[in-house]
Design a protein around this ligand. Structure first.
Ligand code: ZN
Ligand code: ZN
Length: 296
């Protein structure tokens, strides 16, 4: 369908490959740290699938039951991702504790580490693509996916160092300590992902600079009107909702007032991609003279 969908399918395929490699690395070594890494990949795969479903729903046009569109579906997959990260972290903590109480010698650590390193390189490359493209496409689900993959790359590197140290020193408990650290790191990233998505669900305003641009566009295109006030904006996935009051001279005809509205709407559509604009027209006595966009 679109760029987002292709990226989501790519995540799914890459997730399968990485999961297989990391599971193999764990199976060869019996390392708790490498198991925690493989579990992370399981979360990645599940969330990549959730993102695919969410993006598919979000791209549907508005219908009678969802007249404002389906954009917010993307936030659900990002929140789900946060929840799954937390579940994985708790499970890893449990495994790490068992390993800490009864450390055991790893088998074939060199082969395991080499396979794990290859999977990490694949993840790093894909995370970079996801964050870049997700930002360009204004997709919170893709950005969340990419950022999460980045934390995965760092934890994998930490795991590799831990297992390597355990191998060199023969202090096998390091394996479990490394797994526990992975869990803490995963928990933190889960919190960040959820917080970002919740702000979107709470209808946070567009960033200050974009708001400034919207004000400029209104001021430059509302010739004939007196002022604009009560400007409100919010984001929902890739859509930006803009609404405000437009004060016009009381004796102006509906026809003329509507002409101004259409002009401003078209200019906003050009300046803010996927914007949905609603304008409420008022006569002069409704002027506020504060917090306004003054028009000449
Ligand atoms: Zn008003
Ligand atoms: Zn109209």
């Amino acid at each position: 369908m679109n760029g987002k969908l292709k990226l989501a399918v790519g995540s799914l395929i890459l997730g399968c490959v990485v999961l297989a490699l990391k599971t193999l690395a764990w199976w060869l070594t019996g390392s708790v740290a490498l198991l925690s890494d493989a579990l992370e990949s399981t979360v990645n795969l599940a969330t990549a699938f959730a993102a695919l479903v969410a993006i598919n729903i979000a791209s549907r046009p508005a219908d009678s039951q969802h007249p404002f569109g389906h954009h917010k579906a993307e936030f659900f997959s990002a929140v789900l991702e946060g929840v799954m990260i937390i579940v994985a972290a708790v499970f890893i903590m449990h495994e790490a504790w068992s390993g800490f109480m009864a450390p055991r010698v790893l088998e074939a650590p060199t082969e395991g580490l080499a396979i794990n390193a290859f999977a990490t390189v694949l993840n790093g490359a894909w995370a970079w693509v996801l964050v870049r493209q997700g930002r360009a496409l204004k997709s919170p689900a893709l950005v969340a996916d990419g950022k999460h993959l980045w934390t995965d790359v760092w934890t994998s590197a930490g795991v590799a160092v831990g297992v390597l140290l355990a191998l060199v020193t023969g202090w096998w408990v390091l394996d479990s300590i490394m797994a526990a650290l992975v869990a803490v790191n995963i928990l933190w990233s889960g919190w960040v992902v959820m917080r970002t998505s919740l702000s979107g669900l709470m209808d946070e305003s567009v960033p200050e600079e974009e708001l400034g641009r919207i004000r400029e566009v209104i001021a430059a295109n509302a010739e004939g009107a007196v002022e604009a006030h009560d400007l409100r904006t919010r984001h929902a996935g890739s859509a930006t909702f803009v609404e405000f009051h437009l004060v016009v001279p009381g004796e102006m005809t509906v026809f003329d007032a509507h002409e101004i509205c259409d002009r401003v709407e078209h200019a906003l559509h050009d300046a803010v991609p996927e914007s949905r604009v609603t304008i409420h027209v008022e006569p002069e006595h409704k002027s506020k003279h504060q917090g306004i966009v003054v028009l000449d």
